[in-house]
Design a protein around this ligand. Structure first.
Ligand SMILES: [Zn+2]
Length: 423
């Protein structure tokens, strides 16, 4: 080979190497993991755009939840996630409808993403384009996980319970039930009370599987309860606290929405013949606390509609008697006093919304209402809806709500303990 052709060969090899190193890898989407859900419509490898929609089965609840992993995004490369709403007819008010769910439920202003599958942050606000929304994420060279909101799956429950049990000898995990599909529904009992039959506190989240933020509120409550805060120590020594971070484990594990599932969802299942074993098991434990005249506080954690701030749901007053009404009002006041001062702000309404016949045909079967009807005369039973479509609705924001809800619970019990002895 003469020197000129050697040079040409070297130059061609160099150009080939450069081309190979700048040619982006193919984008690959996967959802075959706990909580994963996305139906890919198309992938534009050249423009680096993934078009997709949530893949939940409407018979298993509103298909607004989505959660996918993307591989093949180079460091500093921009990826566009172009989301449409699910096109499958949804269920509502306990019935099949012929229309898909309104797109706003699937389209937070900011999506949530992670580069390690553990820590979650918001994307910049998505850009609305006709019926779709476009979110952008910048690659790190490794996999990216992108979701409707910060994921929390049964594996996260296991990790949380293990962490708290290690930290606090008075914390003990328990299996509430096995789901219809055989998965364990796990919870935590925390008490350092020295007197028999202390007031019972029950907190559970995620009766609606798409509402992942509610789990992070439960996590914030749990971490606070097990920590060094003086109010948390007081609560542990004066109460017996139960926390169940995920009630609808089957739908949280399979990436389905849960709400309005067929035949009914977890928070429409609270009657004498529940469909779900975990609801029956929770009722049984709550009935025991009621029988011992010590069910003090019951909290059911949710995320509300896309335009709603944080608020409590209360049962319409005509269904309640004193002292329950006054005790509920006082708890709401204390919780508002705490949560509304969180920095950065988590907007909260100090006016609870009411549930009753006009809210849902199965209103009697909602857990907080069931507890009002079946509780002790002074049981506080409430549903807390924490804002999700907001810039501070992050894992940090949700956990802060949980901590402050814990503080409000301690405030409330302390005040009640110093009042006139109960009948
Ligand atoms: Zn809900």
């Amino acid at each position: 080979m003469n020197p000129a052709s050697t040079n040409r060969l070297i130059r061609s090899l160099f150009l080939l190497t450069v081309a190979a190193s700048t040619h982006a890898a193919d984008l690959r989407v996967s959802t075959d993991f706990e909580g994963g859900s996305a139906k890919v419509e198309s992938i534009d490898q050249a423009a680096r755009v993934i078009r997709f929609m949530p893949d939940g089965n409407p018979q298993r609840g509103w298909s607004c939840w989505w959660y996918l992993r993307v591989d093949g995004v180079a460091k500093d490369e921009r990826l566009t996630l172009d989301l449409a709403a699910s096109d499958r007819p949804t269920r509502n008010n306990g019935q099949d409808t012929s229309k898909p769910l309104a797109s706003i439920w699937a389209m937070p202003a900011r999506a949530t993403f992670s580069t390690d599958g553990k820590t979650w942050q918001h994307t910049a606000p998505g850009k609305k384009q006709d019926a779709r929304i476009l979110y952008e994420v910048t690659g790190t060279g490794g996999p990216l996980w992108i979701a409707w909101g910060p994921p929390f799956t049964p594996r996260d429950t296991d990790a949380l319970l293990a962490e708290v049990e290690k930290q606090l000898p008075a914390a003990k995990s328990f299996e509430l039930a096995r789901t219809r599909e055989g998965r364990p529904v796990r919870g935590l009992r925390v008490s350092e009370a020295t007197t028999p039959n202390p007031p019972g506190i029950w907190v559970h989240a995620r009766q609606h599987a798409w509402e992942s933020g509610s789990c992070w509120v439960a996590r914030g409550f749990t971490e606070w309860l097990a920590g060094d805060d003086a109010d948390a120590k007081w609560l542990r020594t004066h109460a017996e606290v139960f926390v169940v971070p995920i009630m609808d484990v089957d739908n949280a594990a399979t990436g389905n929405g849960g709400k309005e599932a067929n035949p009914r969802d977890h928070n429409r299942d609270w009657d004498d013949h529940p469909v779900y074993p975990e609801v029956a098991a929770a009722q049984q434990r709550l009935r025991t606390l009621v029988k011992e005249n010590r069910l003090a506080v019951f909290l059911d954690l949710h995320n509300p509609g896309p335009g709603d701030p944080t608020f409590f749901f209360v049962l319409e007053p005509q269904f309640l008697k004193e002292p329950m009404i006054a005790q509920c009002n006082r708890f709401v006041e204390l919780a508002y006093g705490r949560i509304s001062k969180i920095k950065p702000l988590i907007p909260m309404s100090n006016r609870p919304k009411t549930t009753g016949a006009s809210y849902h045909p199965l209103w009697r079967n909602m857990s907080a209402n069931w507890v009002c009807v079946n509780g002790n005369p002074d049981t506080v039973s409430l549903c807390l809806e924490t804002i999700w479509n907001y810039e501070n609705s992050t894992t940090t924001g949700y956990r802060a709500v949980g901590q402050h809800l814990g503080r409000a619970t301690a405030d409330y019990l302390r005040e009640r303990a110093s009042a006139v002895p109960r009948p």
